[in-house]
Design a protein around this ligand. Structure first.
Ligand SMILES: Cc1cc2nc3c(=O)[nH]c(=O)nc-3n(C[C@H](O)[C@H](O)[C@H](O)COP(=O)(O)OP(=O)(O)OC[C@H]3O[C@@H](n4cnc5c(N)ncnc54)[C@H](O)[C@@H]3O)c2cc1C
Length: 405
């Protein structure tokens, strides 16, 4: 026997709960059910942002906000005019969750706990009588003439309208392919670079505050802070490259060279500065006095890599050594040999082809009454709360349009 619902949402994650609550709140007469494969939902919310849940980002201009989406930049501009970061803040505030802004723009619940977000969703879902059916793994989806037939591990369901919010789940992508959708093959986004290099081997924890990085032989470049880790490099400048270069770096099998300008000066300007230092600090030992606001331990490594030993003074440096140090400071080459997971947040690039989604409604262009929200679509962002913002915006618009039709 089939259980009939007005609206079924597959996936009890961020986007699924957000959409279900909106629908149930505005249309209590509709029966809304979430089919969730896990024994609990919202598991990614729980671990997100290192357990604090980076809910969104304090960027309030849609045309600026979209720049954080390597996939989805063009398509999300319209949706952000409908539901933006400011709306997210209000949405949570109206439901008793206050968000705070950190120095770098990331926004978290004031409680610093992702459980606050989970509790908010669970309470709201209960209050508005959203039926959340756990341990209901969806096995197949059929688009019948006026209905969807959904087979789960615990029986069959039918609904006139269907919202898919299953994140980066390969099984659901396969089912969507069977229904006629194109799935852009998934590759990891947001990862750190593995680098085995003498210059950084002994200095984990060191941060260079503002660097320019290029991936040699490509157009990929970024800037910002870099953190030296036990296995290589991380922090925003690296994560931006990993997101914007997700597809290209996968093709290179995560084996490529990066060029780092640690001081954001060109070669000539740097060399001039070093010549000035040679005059000014003639009697001082080069390694002892870090320049260009670089951390001492990094400065030391770059100096040693320039054929300058620990006892040399500025006055001792010859032309080759000044040039070698310039090279290390402005064009240091590092070989990347692989990638590691970035623990605070990681996402997958790939999913339902952007061309097959109507971004005014988040309805499928292929199958009427089928809607999408969240990471199931080929949208992903850099780190900082932008991935959840995509989930909230798409869920809000999908849930609003699903009720209109
Ligand atoms: C460790 C980590 C930390 C993160 N931190 C942040 C952060 O701080 N800020 C940020 O913006 N982004 C963060 N992200 C990314 C963010 O979590 C995702 O972009 C977001 O959760 C996507 O929401 P979603 O609803 O589309 O998918 P999900 O939240 O993944 O939800 C999908 C749901 O669908 C269910 N499902 C899948 N297949 C089936 C099936 N066959 N049948 C029934 N149910 C199914 C899953 O069990 C899951 O509950 C993080 C990601 C990770 C992995």
């Amino acid at each position: 026997m089939n259980t009939q619902k007005d609206i079924i949402i597959i996936g009890g994650g961020a986007a699924g709960f957000f959409a279900a609550i909106n629908i149930a709140e505005q249309h209590p007469e509709l029966s809304v059910a979430i089919l969730e494969r896990g024994k609990e939902g919202l598991q990614k919310v729980k671990i997100s942002g290192g357990g604090r849940c980076n809910v969104t980002h304090a960027e309030f201009i849609p045309s600026e906000l979209v720049l954080n989406y390597p996939r989805g930049e063009k398509e999300l501009l319209g949706p952000f005019h409908t539901f933006m970061t400011g709306d997210t803040i209000t949405w949570f505030e109206e439901r008793g969750v206050e968000l705070k802004i950190e120095e770098d723009g990331r926004m978290f619940p004031v409680s610093n706990s992702s459980q606050t977000i989970i509790d908010c969703f669970l309470n709201e879902a209960e209050k508005h009588k959203v039926e959340v059916l756990y341990n209901h793994s969806v096995k197949s989806i059929q688009a019948l003439e006026n209905n969807f037939l959904i087979e789960t591990s615990q029986g069959e369901f039918q609904s006139e309208k269907l919202l898919i919010a299953t994140g980066s789940n390969p099984k659901i992508w396969n089912l969507l392919e069977d229904l006629g959708h194109t799935i852009i093959q998934p590759v990891p986004s947001l990862f750190t670079f593995d680098i085995n290099d003498k210059r950084i081997k002994d200095i984990p924890g060191v941060v260079a505050k503002n660097v320019d990085i290029k991936v040699v032989g490509t157009d990929l470049e970024s800037n910002g802070p870099v953190l030296i880790t036990h296995v290589g490099m991380s922090a925003p400048a690296i994560l931006k490259l990993s997101a914007f270069g997700a597809v290209e770096l996968a093709k290179l099998n995560y084996n490529f060279k990066i060029e780092i300008n640690f001081i954001q000066l060109d070669v000539e300007a740097c060399l001039e500065q070093l010549k000035d230092f040679k005059q000014e600090y003639a009697k001082k030992t080069v390694v002892k006095l870090a320049q260009f606001d670089l951390p001492k331990r990094l400065w030391t490594q770059l100096v040693l890599a320039s054929d300058i030993n620990e006892t040399m003074r500025w006055a001792d440096l010859n032309k080759q050594q000044l040039e070698a140090l310039t090279q290390q400071l402005t064009k240091a080459i590092f070989q990347v040999t692989g990638k590691s997971t970035f623990k605070d947040e990681f996402v997958t690039a790939g999913g339902v082809d952007l061309k097959e989604v109507n971004f005014k409604t988040f309805e499928s262009k292929r199958i009427p009454n089928l809607y999408f929200a969240g990471e199931v679509i080929d949208v992903d962002a850099v780190t900082g709360g932008f991935n959840f913002q995509n989930a909230w915006t798409s869920a809000y618009i999908a849930s609003t349009s699903i009720m209109l039709r």
